[in-house]
Design a binder for this molecule. Sequence first.
Ligand code: NAD
Ligand code: UFG
Length: 331
Amino acid sequence: MILVTGGAGFIGSHTCVELLDAGYEIAIIDNFCNSRPEVLDKIRTITKKDFKFYEADLLCREKVEQIFEENKIDAVIHFAGLKAVGESVSMPLEYYNNNITSTLILCQTMAKYGCKKIVFSSSATVYGDPASVPIKEDFPLHTTNPYGATKHMIERILTDLYVSDNEWSIALLRYFNPIGAHESGLIGENPNGIPNNLVPYIARVAVGKLECLSVFGDDYNTPDGTGVRDYIHVVDLSLGHIKAVEKVMATTGAHAYNLGTGTGYSVLDVVKAYEKASGKKVNYKIVDRRPGDIAMCYADPEKSKRELGWEAKFDLERMCKDSWNFTINNM
Ligand code: NAD
Ligand code: UFG
């Protein structure tokens, strides 16, 4: 059985669908601090399969131990964490405690029960402002906000854990920019309040819930001056987790993998693609740069292809189409 922490969240829910479709038995732990219970039924509807669910906080050691006591957990996919960069600057203690303490409790419990295989949700944010693109896994790591620091530290903790005990098998998955939704339109990304991220914001403008997108700067050193990112379909990203689970089950070690497409698109490219997919006008205005943003960030996904046998398949058009389908069904 695979334990999925944060399995009710955006990436976790899509990965649970792919795990169930691939025939894995799963248990989910989530405290719904950034998700909703309805997601669980939607996973059941899509897959026509059932799974165990624990509504609990990973910070509660007794609960985590109970899960390992009641189930034979072969591997863990660890999504649970707080993820808003701006919020992490204003609430550093919450971020360090929630993300790092929970990982320590999880790993201590795993060790206690002899489960030493883990796939961890890291982020391209660990590369900071890279000296060049595309980004390879051996580039230097540098973080500038508490959220990024938690990812960097957890990577370090897990790597040290492997050094101390070579029976561990650890995949550090560095996600680029996940967008899109399941083709059913049942699950997707639906942040509370005004979205921080580009595509959820564009979706709300297209559907008429927000007036106008603010494009954060058009004076970057990029083809059209707006920021360039490696957008990846969340289903492709989820399939990367299946490959990573297979890898950790078959080997030992601690390895980092970029999960991106290898192609960068600008903010205005995404606006155009979304207009095409939705048939709606996306009003935008150019405003100042957002503090902390970088010009360009896209992956070299070659190591993931070579070592995991994984590569992204869906293009930007499909990502926007699936995001729009989810938006009109849910907003
Ligand atoms: P999400 O917020 O949708 O999902 C995280 C889930 O974890 C939520 O359901 C939340 O309720 C749960 N959770 C958080 N803290 C918990 C705790 N202490 N105990 C139990 N449950 C808890 O986020 P997501 O976009 O699905 O991201 C999943 C992971 O991937 C996160 O670790 C995030 O940092 C990382 N990541 C996300 C992105 C992105 O752009 N979405 C990019 C890089 C990395
Ligand atoms: N942008 C706008 N207007 C908006 C929102 C974003 O112009 O309203 C621009 C940003 O300036 C950037 C691009 O759109 O150029 C993408 O911004 P996002 O906020 O969607 O994503 P980021 O690349 O800033 O950050 C995301 C996640 C981080 C993660 C990082 C690297 O939010 O958690 O990708 O994986 F660390």
